[in-house]
Design a protein around this ligand. Structure first.
Ligand SMILES: [Zn+2]
Length: 118
């Protein structure tokens, strides 16, 4: 009996199984419908550098803020679809989410006089 020579089979790609976090999302009532009609000042700086800067105003209290950010945004799921996970930046003044950035990591958040309120 002769054994056929098998060529190397390509290894099957390892499939990663993510644990799906099942969060019970409470039905959110409109927190503040006026928010969607407001305009937020944002200015990106140094986007082409490893560490970028963004100057913006807090969504809630209009505090001027400068943040350093770096990295690629993390991919997650939103309503069963692949979607980037925004990083929430906390306002140093009012403590609420000043802005959501689609970036990897926010390195620093510093309150500054808003350049738009002069
Ligand atoms: Zn604020």
């Amino acid at each position: 009996m002769s054994q056929p020579t098998l060529s190397n089979k390509p290894q099957a790609a390892v499939s990663q199984q993510k644990n799906e976090l099942q969060k019970q999302s409470k039905p959110q009532r409109a927190e503040n419908q006026q928010l969607s009609e407001r305009f937020q000042h944002i200015q990106f700086l140094d986007c082409d550098k490893p560490v970028g800067h963004i100057v913006f105003e807090c969504w809630h209290c209009q505090q001027g803020i400068i943040s350093e950010f770096t990295g690629e945004p993390e991919m997650g799921e939103y309503k069963d679809r692949p979607s980037v996970v925004p990083v929430k930046v906390e306002c140093p003044n009012c403590g609420q989410t000043a802005i959501r950035l689609t970036t990897g990591e926010v390195l620093s958040t510093t309150a500054i006089p808003s350049p738009w309120q002069q």
